[in-house]
Design a binder for this molecule. Structure first.
Ligand SMILES: [Fe+2]
Length: 308
């Protein structure tokens, strides 16, 4: 029925908002903003009606959650970086129908996902910043998915991504884009050193690791990347423990994904963190690469261990 037309990993650095303001930093994040505008343009061209954002600023401590309120409107100030994003107005339409379709299919596939359509919860800036540059005219409906998952398995996030793709293909009458909104390495500069690292990565180790990973993405080395993702997420300080990336790759077919990524905004440093805008072409998939539920793997391991 429906179609997943575009998938991208996107930056959402608050300095993009600062870049709009008059002052010494005016325009310094233009490349990132232009990347968002380009992804928005492609979504329009592809007939996308709703953008689903895997938001690494929505922290959850149990389950997975979808914010699919019918309408979002407010004036946002970041609690993490109130000197970067303050009083940013936003207004977007949501898509409660698609939110329920996504959660129903996730549940059917064994992933515990709750859709919230009657909620006062506003989206976090992992959703609001990309929407500011892709969706100023409210052309797209917006859904936000929790992707700062504190006690979750990456395998389950990959399964969520695949279930959401199947939900669209089987049950939705429309065209959708998925955005994994998060960085690569995400080690902020130590307090007091932020100005020095405004356009830099925190350490040569993290910069080298990120660049190797981007090389794997652009060469399409997905089997190897999926295998190393849990270790990369931990040792590379991945934002949101890289659950956005696992969700995105799940939607693309995980280890069976077969396309090279296209870099739209080249890798850049921001307050110590590693950032990028990249598009991942959607290809036909059977789901054969999607990992088993992690919980059952753990149970099997425990069962085997008890027999030793
Ligand atoms: Fe972030």
């Amino acid at each position: 029925m429906g179609k997943l037309a575009l998938v991208a990993k996107v930056t959402h650095v608050p300095s993009m908002y600062l870049s709009e303001m008059d002052g010494p930093q005016k325009g310094f994040r233009q490349a990132a903003i232009d990347g968002h505008v380009e992804i928005g343009r492609r979504c329009r061209e592809l007939g996308v009606d709703t953008i689903v954002v895997f938001d690494t600023h929505w922290l959850v401590n149990a389950g997975y959650h979808i914010n699919c309120a019918p309408h979002f409107e407010g004036n946002y100030t970041s609690n993490e970086l109130p000197h970067f994003i303050a009083n940013m107005p936003f207004e977007y339409d949501g898509n409660p129908e698609l939110g329920r379709i996504l959660s129903d299919e996730c549940k059917a596939q064994g992933v515990d996902v709750l859709a919230h359509d009657a909620t006062s919860l506003d989206p976090e800036y992992g959703t609001l910043v990309p929407m500011r540059y892709m969706n100023q005219d409210r052309h797209f409906k917006v859904i936000s998915v929790s992707a700062l998952c504190t006690v979750h398995y990456l395998n389950d996030s990959a399964r969520l991504g695949w279930a959401m793709r199947e939900a669209i293909e089987k049950h939705y009458d429309g065209t959708v884009a998925f955005l994994a909104s998060g960085s690569l390495s995400h080690r902020f500069a130590q307090n007091g050193q932020a100005p020095e690292f405004i356009n830099k990565i925190w350490s040569p180790f993290l910069e080298t690791l990120d660049k190797e990973v981007i090389g794997m993405w652009t060469r399409g080395e997905w089997k190897a990347f999926c295998e190393m993702l849990p270790e990369y997420a931990a040792k590379g300080h991945g934002e949101g423990f890289m659950h956005d990336t696992a969700m995105m790759l799940g939607a693309l077919g995980w280890s069976e994904y077969d396309q090279p990524a296209e870099v739209v905004t080249p890798y850049f440093g921001s307050s110590g963190t590693g950032q990028i805008n990249a598009v991942f072409p959607v290809s036909p998939q059977t789901g054969a690469g999607i990992p088993e539920p992690q919980a059952s793997v753990v149970q099997e391991f425990k069962a085997n261990a008890s027999r030793l």
